[in-house]
Ligand binder design. Structure first.
Ligand SMILES: Nc1nc2c(ncn2[C@@H]2O[C@H](COP(=O)(O)OP(=O)(O)OP(=O)(O)O)[C@@H](O)[C@H]2O)c(=O)[nH]1
Ligand SMILES: [Mg+2]
Length: 319
């Protein structure tokens, strides 16, 4: 009898390396927003891959970064905590830049988690209680993304640099080296994604279907519409403004949906609205196209000073 595997995988990495693009590519649908601005993803988003032999829940996470705001701190905590409850870890770096301190931190956190998983597995074996159908040894899956933007040599150089970082981390730990598999990938074109998914499935334990077949995400509809509004805005505004924007649906009386756009300063309000309301109008049109037909979407802009720094604002906004 063929074994059915299922489990959870965290996708972690610095902001902007392409985590959300990868999750969308694997699920085969847009389940999480993407943009050229760093810090696009602000909370965990689950995207479900269904195959005849497996169901894998990919957990998209906020980019790990040096936080400058209370929001940034909560985003980092959300990304880090995703590592606690998963069966495998995908650590992503991008081939287009150097392997920086941010990448090192991501690789260190991911490797630490996989080591802990390996210790737990060997303890299980020692006490003779290896779970039925448990997967092979825990392995860190490292993705080098955006290979479409560099030549073959560039990819190879990058892989070598990442391997050096991991070797240095192993030395610091004085334990057995963490098992690693490397995947050069283009999340945009899909190149290299197949072998990565096969490797993920192979690491999943035998298990049940956690989500019904038709359900590809756990994101609530109202949250999704608010995120779509923010995504459209991120593609139209610049500088620090993307960080200052928060969106939330305040009324959902289908087909009437009201979404509030928070900014931090009066001057930002004007930019979001645009000359004669043009930006807001464009955003509304673009989001409606992605909603079920007949939606009547109302957008409002409101100033809430320093919401990114205020714990009460963050609580209310659901971070
Ligand atoms: N050329 C190229 N661009 C990519 C690739 N993957 C992602 N991108 C682009 O990189 C940018 C960031 O992608 P996201 O998927 O939003 O990155 P992220 O890691 O989720 O970012 P945060 O949510 O901010 O942490 C977007 O403009 C993507 O289109 C890739 O394989 N090749
Ligand atoms: Mg993202």
């Amino acid at each position: 009898m063929t074994v059915f595997r299922s489990g959870f995988v965290a996708v972690v990495g610095r902001p902007n390396v392409g985590k959300s693009t990868l999750v969308n590519s694997i699920v085969g649908a847009k389940v999480t927003i993407t943009s050229p601005r760093p810090n696009t993803t602000r909370s965990q988003v689950r995207g479900v891959l269904n195959r005849s032999d497996a169901q894998v829940v990919f957990v998209d996470t906020p980019g790990l970064h040096k936080p400058r705001t209370a929001l940034g701190q909560r985003m980092n905590e959300s990304a880090t905590s995703s590592l606690d409850d998963v069966d495998a870890v995908v650590a992503m770096v991008e081939a287009t830049g150097p392997v920086g301190p941010g990448d090192r931190m991501v690789l260190a956190q991911s490797a630490r988690r996989v080591r802990a998983m390996a210790r737990a597995a060997s303890h299980q074996e020692e006490v003779g209680g290896a779970e039925a159908g448990a997967s092979g040894q825990p392995t860190l899956l490292v993705v080098v993304n955006k290979i479409d933007r560099v030549g073959g040599d560039g990819v190879l150089t990058h892989l070598t640099r990442v391997a050096d970082v991991i070797a240095a981390l192993d030395e610091e730990e004085h334990g057995p080296p963490v098992p690693v598999e490397y995947f050069p990938v283009s999340a945009s074109t899909g190149e290299g994604v197949g072998p990565l998914v096969d490797a993920v499935v192979a690491l999943m334990p035998e298990g049940p279907q956690y989500y019904p077949e038709g359900m590809i995400t756990d994101v609530a509809e109202a949250f999704w519409v608010a995120d779509l509004v923010r995504e459209e805005l991120l593609h139209r505004v610049q500088d620090e403004l993307p960080h200052s924007i928060a969106c939330r649906v305040t009324e959902w009386e289908w087909p009437r949906v009201r979404c509030e756009i928070l900014v931090e300063r009066d001057s930002q309000k004007g930019i979001v609205i645009g000359k004669g309301g043009v930006t807001l109008k464009e955003v509304g049109t673009a989001v409606r196209k992605q909603m079920p037909p007949g939606a009547y979407l109302e957008l409002f802009v409101r100033v809430e000073k320093r919401w990114q720094q205020r714990e009460d604002s963050l609580d209310r906004l659901g971070f």
